[in-house]
Write a protein that binds this ligand. Structure first.
Ligand code: SF4
Length: 218
């Protein structure tokens, strides 16, 4: 539970069943991607079979939008290209994670990947601790440049990457617009039942942080 300007929000999880979360969490973005572009969907499927022959650092610089390290964990940011959920960003993030895992292993290090559906790893929390932004009232990472419209992936490894650890300003300003726009009215009731979430994505659309860099924002 997080306290915000005297508003206490209690989250009721959609499910604690890891298999269910993974099944639907994979299926729904795949259907959205297929609907948006069958050709790109196929391209992503084939692309997972191939890993570019580049160094780890070069690959991260070209294919991740931001990165930070905390302990032996790297957290990568993959920004959305739209104000609504971006299935292409989701596919890009999964492809990136497969490839970076192979590249780090090829460099002689162990690498354990964590995708956005890994229930045992709270990537937004880790991202915030690593300096990539701060948490929204919904517990999402709000990056100062991209806002909450992003996908996170993680990699546990001892590989020593010198990533750009410039201190960043905070992302979420606690303006509470996302809470006030949510049809469940958590600002009044104090509860968000994820089972009742209709994926309206209003909480993402109203957030003023990062709107200007969202490529297809209107
Ligand atoms: S809408 Fe306001 S409170 Fe919600 S995440 Fe964005 S900055 Fe934070």
């Amino acid at each position: 539970m997080r306290e915000l300007k005297n508003i206490e929000i209690q989250f009721i999880p959609l499910s604690k069943d890891e298999k269910k979360i993974r099944f639907f969490g994979t299926l729904i973005p795949a259907i959205l991607l297929l609907k948006a572009s069958p050709l790109r969907f196929l391209r992503f499927q084939f692309a997972t079979l191939y890993t570019p022959n580049v160094g780890v650092k070069e690959f991260i610089a070209s294919d991740a939008d931001d990165v930070a390290r905390i302990g032996n964990m790297w957290v990568f940011v993959h920004r959305w290209d739209s104000m609504e959920f971006d299935p292409f960003a989701f596919a890009r993030a999964k492809l990136f994670l497969k490839r970076i895992t192979r590249l780090v292993k090829k460099a002689g290090y162990k690498a354990e990947p964590f995708d956005p559906l890994s229930p045992e790893m709270n990537l937004p929390q880790l991202g915030a601790e690593a300096g990539l932004g701060n948490l929204s009232p919904y517990g999402l990472l709000v990056h100062p440049k991209y806002g909450p419209r992003l996908i996170l992936t993680g990699l546990k490894t001892e590989y020593n990457l010198e990533c750009n650890m410039q201190p960043k300003s905070e992302g979420c300003t606690d303006c509470l617009l996302c809470l006030h726009e949510c049809p469940q009215e958590p600002a009044k009731g104090g509860v968000i039942d994820l089972g009742k979430c209709q994926s309206c994505t209003k909480c993402f659309e109203v957030c003023p942080i990062g709107r200007e860099v969202c490529r297809t924002s209107h």
